[in-house]
Design a protein around this ligand. Structure first.
Ligand SMILES: [Fe+2]
Length: 305
């Protein structure tokens, strides 16, 4: 039994029904309400959070205080714990206002660490919509294609320790679940990690929509706390030999077809936080629907020093 599983008047933590690697944190409605009341009383807007970085950490402390019991510390422990490294949490129906979703996700993110600048939007977070049609240059917003398994932050130099994804809006959507795989559940991890190219530094170049110009070389596998971690995305890797290309294709195929991949069910107003170094994520294809409308929010960041 995970040391994090518990129940008190402020929260309840249990294993996610789809994966013992993920913990579901259910806050009491009172905690969420008290937190939002404090934000409303101080009239803290999303724009204010965008313009004033310290306010993101200040509101994180408000949520920490409402839950008590070293809540923020526990979230950091969960994300750093190799056995889990991930959790879900939400607003428990207390608000349907998407601005308040942004505020809540900001508080959670800044208990875990500090959000990185998102070059795609020029903010510390990104909201992006998936609809029936799309003319972008990556699979991020293409609804009817499988978005292959990867980690985030491959083509930037800064650390991307963790990732937060929140479901903001969902209408006429069947499919499109987040596909997730914990590295220790991947049956062929050792085969790829221990191969001669396992620690090769692959070249990554971002497409124009990411607004990132640099070329980055990153090790595919690297050790942290003596356990293998991974940095990989198929779309932006530029292998320099045919051997490298075939290796990456085989790796992607192996991850994609692993029987431990879960397709996470997540309600609107809920979010998932994952350790980006040993969890991989992707997205299942949606079923065709001309009225499809799904919006996600993401924040990626690094841990506090
Ligand atoms: Fe991603």
């Amino acid at each position: 039994m995970s040391r994090f599983v518990q129940k008190n008047s402020k929260l309840e933590i249990s294993y996610n029904a789809q994966s013992k690697r993920l913990l579901d944190i259910k806050l009491s409605q009172e905690v969420v309400k008290n937190f939002l009341d404090r934000i409303r009383k101080e009239d803290i807007s999303v724009q204010h959070l965008e313009y004033t970085p310290y306010e993101r950490q200040v509101i994180a402390s408000y949520l920490d205080e409402e839950v008590g019991n070293e809540f923020g510390n526990m979230l950091r422990d969960i994300v750093n714990d190799r056995e889990t490294g991930g959790f879900t949490i939400g607003l428990e129906g207390v608000s349907k206002d998407t601005d308040e979703y942004v505020i809540f996700s900001t508080a959670i993110a800044h208990l875990v660490g500090i959000s990185n600048f998102d070059s795609m939007t020029g903010k510390y977070y990104a909201r992006f919509v998936v609809k029936d049609t799309d003319a972008s240059d990556s699979y991020l917003r293409q609804a009817y294609r499988l978005f292959t398994m990867h980690t985030d932050g491959t083509f930037v130099n800064e650390a991307t320790d963790w990732l937060l994804m929140m479901k903001m809006v969902e209408e006429n959507a069947v499919g499109g679940e987040s596909r997730l795989l914990h590295l220790d559940d991947w049956s062929e991890l050792d085969k790829f990690y221990k191969s001669p190219l396992g620690e090769h530094k692959f070249q990554y170049i971002a497409p124009p929509s990411k607004n990132v110009q640099e070329v980055v070389f990153r090790k595919l596998f690297f050790l942290k706390n003596n356990k293998p971690c991974i940095c990989f995305i198929d779309q932006f890797a530029y292998p320099e030999t045919i051997e490298e290309a075939k290796f990456l294709k085989a790796l992607s195929h192996s991850i994609e077809s692993d029987k431990s991949v879960i397709e996470l069910k997540l309600n609107v107003g809920n979010l998932v936080v994952l350790n980006n170094e040993f969890w991989m994520h992707g997205r299942a294809a949606f079923e065709k629907n001309p009225n499809l409308n799904r919006e996600l929010l993401r924040q990626r960041g690094h841990f506090y020093e």
